[in-house]
Ligand binder design. Structure first.
Ligand code: ARG
Length: 459
């Protein structure tokens, strides 16, 4: 029977059950629900609602259920219960009779589900922080393996200035570090316990909310019962964390899809993360990366969906809020899978060092250097920019690189250009001249890489 059956004469329609029942998905909260119930049973025993023996029987039965939940042995498919809360209560009542029927005293599914979901979000944030650390480690190791590689850097997808491969890797490391710290912010903000807020107004029983919060690993109880049962900011923030991190993953995927293309050919991906074509035997497609990029759609969608669900809701709990779960479960699952497959992709990357250097040399990536060289000879930068542009035009007309022009040809554009210009136009020279904190020169990049390697060694 439903938890709320007394006031009803007629039963629910099948169609109503389909729209209302949440057990098919909120079964994912089984372990959190049971752990919350154990602590609740202790709290109401302290408040005099249960005898010591009743509480012990409940705790024992709940521990049995917890073991089954963790072993994946609870049979949800055979159950006709509405949600995970009624499922657990029904299992207890089947085992303990009336004692099982006492557990819900002073509690509502509204503070219960809010507590369960906060526990779930907390645990999954911690897991995802570990996943992000793993990807960070994969990138740092890849940077170390290909320490000397220089490839073109782009703006507008036009070759702009060459960069070291570790510099590219460490750019994504910075993003993933921000993702980790963004979740740390969320964890600190959300770590308050709703239990004891009742349906919306608090509970009449003398519950020690501080103690409940501590037992469940929260920093404190939520301060306001109306807010506690109707707040889903922590789910939205989780979805924002997931969306931002997926956006980072997607940009990395997009870079690598391009680097892997026949046109660029900077890198090769492993057979373990690519697939072929059913028609074209020569193909090796970067599916893993494309799917990372593609799965952003559903993750961003879940954030948008929950924002829209929440925006018009009056205080306090409304059933609309049951829609908070499926999107979050899916987003977290997809994010986890994408982080793990990204680790495999990064591990599988083999760089074509020569091809990278060649591409970095092509495309007049040293035109800025020529301008800076002229600045060094006293030419104002704007004039130097103009001269260097004319040199590029002349070189283009001959199908040559700047450094392939003779001194006489270069001097047609400025008499200030001397023989000393040629070393300045070399790839290593122009990369390593960016010897500034945060720049792509050997000094700052290798120092940053060493810092990251030291972090890894500590972990
Ligand atoms: N299953 C609901 C949810 O996920 C919790 C139950 C609250 N139901 C209620 N009738 N107040 O949000």
């Amino acid at each position: 029977m439903a938890l709320w059956g007394g006031r009803f004469q007629g039963g629910s329609s099948d169609m109503f059950r389909q729209v209302n029942d949440s057990l098919p998905f909120d079964q994912q909260l089984a372990s959190q629900d049971i752990r919350g119930s154990i602590v609740w049973s202790r709290a109401i025993a302290k408040a005099g609602v249960l005898t010591t023996s009743e509480q012990q029987q409940l705790e024992q039965a709940l521990n049995g259920l917890l073991a089954k939940a963790e072993a994946g042995e609870l049979d949800f498919a055979a159950s006709s219960e509405e949600d995970i809360h009624s499922f657990v209560e029904a299992a207890l009542t089947e085992e303990l009779g009336d004692i099982g029927r006492k557990l819900h005293t002073g509690r509502s599914r509204n503070d219960q589900v809010a507590t369960d979901f906060r526990l779930w979000v907390r645990e999954h944030c911690q897991q995802l922080q570990q996943d992000l650390l793993q990807l960070k480690a994969a990138l740092v190791k890849s940077a170390e393996r290909h320490k000397q590689v220089i490839l073109p850097g782009y703006t507008h997808l036009q070759r702009a200035q060459p960069v070291r491969y570790p510099h590219w890797c460490l750019a994504y490391v910075e993003m993933f570090k921000r993702d980790i710290s963004r979740m740390a912010d969320l964890l600190a903000r959300m770590n308050q316990c709703p239990l004891g807020s009742g349906a919306l107004a608090g509970t009449v029983y003398a519950i020690d909310r501080q103690d409940i919060a501590e037992q469940l690993g929260f920093d404190s109880p939520c301060h306001n019962s109306l807010d506690a049962v109707s707040d889903r900011d922590y789910v939205l923030e989780l979805l924002f964390c997931a969306s931002t991190s997926m956006m980072h993953l997607s940009r990395m995927a997009e870079d690598m899809i391009f680097f892997n293309s026949g046109e660029a050919s900077f890198l090769r991906l492993g057979d373990n993360v690519t697939s072929g074509s059913s028609l074209m035997p020569q193909k090796k497609n970067p599916d893993a990366l494309e799917l990372i990029r593609g799965k952003c759609g559903r993750v961003f969608g879940s954030l948008q969906a929950l924002l829209v669900t929440m925006k018009g809701l009056p205080l306090a709990y409304n059933k609309d809020m049951q829609e908070d779960k499926e999107g979050a479960f899916d987003a977290v699952n997809q994010w986890h899978i994408c982080l793990m497959i990204a680790c495999e992709v990064v591990d599988s990357v083999e760089l074509n060092t020569e091809r990278c250097a060649q591409a970095a040399r092509e495309g007049y990536a040293n035109a800025t250097e020529l301008a800076d060289y002229l600045v060094g000879k006293g030419v104002p930068f704007r004039t130097a920019h103009d001269i260097s542009g004319q040199v590029v035009l002349a070189a283009l007309a001959q199908g040559k690189a700047i450094e392939e022009l003779s001194l006489a040809e270069l001097q047609q554009h400025s008499k200030l250009i001397g023989d000393d210009v040629y070393p300045v136009l070399q790839l290593d020279y122009l990369v390593d001249k960016r010897n500034i904190l945060g720049g792509t020169g050997k000094g700052p990049v290798f120092a940053a890489l060493d810092r990251e390697l030291a972090e890894l060694a500590k972990a």
